[in-house]
Design a protein around this ligand. Sequence first.
Ligand code: SF4
Length: 358
Amino acid sequence: MKVIRFTRSIALMSYSFKVINSTFLKQLVVPVVSVCNYVMLRKMGNTFVEMEISSICNSRCVFCPYVDITKTDKKLQVMSSQTFGKVLDKLRQVNYRVISFTPTTGDTLVNPEWDTFINKSLSLDQVDTILLYTNGILMNEKNIEKVIALVKNDTSGKIFSILFSLGGFDEKTYEFMFGVNKFKLVIENISRLLSRLHEEKLTLLVHLEFRIPRDYKLDLNVVKRAVNPAGYPFTGVRVLREFLGIEGLKRYPEISYKEDICVKQNACSYLRKTRFAADGGVWADGCVVSELPGDFTLQLGSVDDSWDTLETKRKAIIDGWNTNRIIPFPCEKCTMYRNDNVSLKNDPTIPIWKTLYV
Ligand code: SF4
């Protein structure tokens, strides 16, 4: 709990454009944030939920298996309020504290009830942090006002951050990365949101994650001038130039893919996390590769199963890996692997700031 609060305060302080643009402060602060995030995952992964309220997406990102998933039998859908009610019942039974409205593949705002679901999540006593991830295509005026209303209604300060996923800072690169021609719209949407937050004097971390090709030059001063003319202070940037190097996703010479250099002796830390899928499925982990097209290895069950049943399945996956070296299919080639069973000091995945927060 204390680590979460500490991480939240550090993140809010650090991810302003002012700080991120200061090399000295960046060097000091970013590794601290990275360590906090890593410790949070390692020590508290089992308090972290990924909520996929839409498996339907309005982008076709080059780094995501979504396009391949659309070719399978999977029924893409938004989560119904009935299913969401069952999810909340599950969460009341366990000690979850962080809810990230982050679909594995899909966009949160595609579900028209997204704000109602977040409002309902605020009522869970044990939840103290709520995040929302989106590509921003649907962050139109109506949804901006929903954000404003949500943050005003959030008297306990649980809604921590909105994260926007972006691809480059020009139309051509954005279209290459996201597969749709929405660059101008997204920038206008984010800019309008920042102005409204500023006008209303609200505190919400608005975080931009740029996913860009290997040689792409991103000038953060240009970004700042275009996206945040209002000067809203609680904004941050993260730039990702390396993408998951799993087969099927390695298609483009312009993109750098992470190499799988990990020795996967022990189960991955991310298996402690839980994802509630739009169709009512419950999965271990919530990363984008945890549900590869047509693969259900990491599915624990559904919202209709008892929590004990779901945890028994999770334990079987983790024990199978630790004891018998049965590595789940999506994990075999996954470059996000985090060793769950070594001291932080000896972890081969360190330096972690190279993979978590760059
Ligand atoms: S190895 Fe990759 S797919 Fe497997 S649990 Fe870890 S992050 Fe998820």
